[in-house]
Design a protein around this ligand. Structure first.
Ligand code: NDP
Ligand code: 2IT
Length: 448
């Protein structure tokens, strides 16, 4: 890093958390984005703004004890990282996946601060989860785990403190079990604390679709304003087949794109005629089965074991929607060779720093996750608004608000990229636009 203050802050992060590669990656990208403006803001160093910004307010780590179907006692580790509340209560999802550790939790929570800063809604940054693996667990085991998890976490959250939602391995089923247990413990119907609830007890229309739809609304802005084209007739490859990937595929198709491949953690399916989304939904949502089944049931489709080769398939629009660092230099080279016109990060930090650099050198616009996938958390905040108002808006009303928010985020990131002299660099633009707002809020609130 050229700037001494940025380098000092980064060195402090490396010293304090030496074994946190994902955290280093997100903070590195963020600090690099400030190179062009940090000199214009001496008040940041005077007030220790960056030193405070990179260190979480608090981290909660707890034991989760539950009993499996065989009567065996099982122990997992639970986390909640409450990173920054300058512009609102901590807000961010809960992830259940065996790869969850403190570095992953911190990187996800850090991303949430800047993502939430872009939404224009009053939400700070946090994230939680557990190394619990939901694969192969029975319905009863999932329920008992969720109850055990929230029995510890409930005392640390609340609509004015911290509001969890879903992420990998956590959807409306798990949120429901957590909500029920929290209500039992507190004797309060505190609807606005957990978002992603089922519609029957305070969930918002469009929340299920919101992250994926928002990704396409954002990509549509990039295609129109930067690439001077549209989704119409574009070949799209999407990784994952969970909540984000499924509704991203749905909206991409509605906008005229042709989605030819999707994946899960075992492998991918290629359907040259275009993926049949009703089949994917049936396999992944209803049957909770593997994506491999798609190729058994749809003539002409082909299944390949292993995820990474999916990028051998040429596409115009590449949207990784599974997990962090799934696209590294190898995959990036294939995406470029396949003729992609733009890359959108659907998952959180799916591209390595080196992959993003390659795309940018090739002149391919990259939409960073914190901007492109902010539709999910935005709609979570709209769910909180409806809960506070004790009413619910129609699908059209929420979708319209979501669309406007995504357009606004594109404009904010694009305008900031122009202001720092890197027009079209949405990675830098998103970081700058969000941080200017959060730093301002921190300055107004004094040294705390
Ligand atoms: P889901 O659990 O619904 O789906 C995850 C999908 O990704 C599944 O198809 C899963 O495969 C696959 N996957 C998970 N881990 C890996 C891995 N290590 N390698 C390959 N494939 C993997 O999660 P979401 O769709 O909710 O989340 C996907 C991404 O989007 C995450 O990065 C999440 O943080 C991000 N995100 C989610 C939001 C939300 O509202 N849910 C909002 C914004 C971002 P399998 O079925 O085999 O497990
Ligand atoms: O990464 C994310 O933005 C989420 N998991 C959604 C968070 C939320 O509070 O809706």
């Amino acid at each position: 890093m050229k700037n001494a203050y940025l380098q000092k802050v980064y060195n402090e992060v490396l010293e304090r958390d030496p074994d946190a590669p994902e955290l280093h990656q997100t903070i590195r990208e963020f600090l690099d984005s400030l190179e062009g403006i940090v000199d214009k803001h001496p008040e940041w160093e005077e007030n220790g703004i960056l030193e405070r910004f990179v260190e979480p307010d608090r981290v909660i780590i707890f034991r989760v004890t539950w009993v499996d179907d065989a009567g065996q006692v099982q122990v997992n580790r639970g986390y909640r990282v409450q990173y920054n509340s300058a512009i609102g209560p901590y807000k961010g999802g809960i992830r259940f996946h065996p790869s969850v550790n403190l570095s992953v939790m911190k990187f996800l929570a850090f991303e949430m601060i800047l993502k939430n800063g872009l939404t224009t809604l009053p939400i700070g940054g946090g994230k939680g989860g557990s190394d619990f693996d939901p694969h192969g667990k029975s319905e009863g085991e999932i329920m008992r785990f969720c109850q055990a998890f929230i029995t510890e976490l409930y005392r640390h959250i609340g609509q004015f403190t911290d509001g969890p939602a879903g992420d990998i391995g956590v959807g409306s089923r798990e949120i429901g079990y957590m909500f029920g247990q929290m209500k039992r413990i507190t004797n309060q119907f505190d609807a606005a604390t957990l978002t992603g609830k089922h519609l029957s007890y305070g969930g918002s229309l469009v929340r299920t679709e919101a992250t994926g739809y928002g990704i396409c609304y954002f990509t549509d802005e990039v295609l129109r304003n930067i690439c001077h084209t549209s989704f119409e007739g574009k070949t799209v490859v999407i990784t994952g087949s969970g909540n984000v990937a499924t509704y991203c595929a749905e909206k991409a198709m509605q906008l005229g794109g042709k989605v030819v491949a999707m994946s899960d953690s075992n492998g991918y399916v290629y359907d040259p005629d275009g993926i049949k989304l009703d089949v994917i939904k049936d396999i992944k949502q209803k049957r909770r089965a593997r994506i491999k089944v798609y190729a058994d049931e749809v003539p002409g489709a082909k299944y390949t074991e292993g995820c990474r080769k999916i990028w051998d398939i040429p596409c115009d629009v590449a949207i990784p929607c599974a997990t962090q660092n799934e696209v590294d230099v190898e995959e990036a080279k294939k995406i470029i060779a396949g003729g992609a016109v733009c890359v959108t990060e659907g998952a959180n930090m799916p591209c390595t720093l080196e992959a993003v650099e390659l795309f940018q050198k090739a002149g391919i616009p990259v939409s960073p996750a914190k901007a492109a996938n902010a539709g999910g958390v935005s709609t979570s905040a709209l769910e909180m608004s409806q809960n506070s108002l004790r009413l619910s808006w129609t699908f059209e009303e929420v979708d319209q608000r979501l669309h406007n928010i995504m357009r606004g985020i594109f404009k904010a990131a694009y305008d900031a990229s122009v202001e720092v002299g890197q027009p079209g660099n949405l990675v830098v633009g998103a970081n700058v636009a969000s941080f200017l707002k959060i730093a301002d809020a921190m300055l107004h609130q004094g040294i705390v």
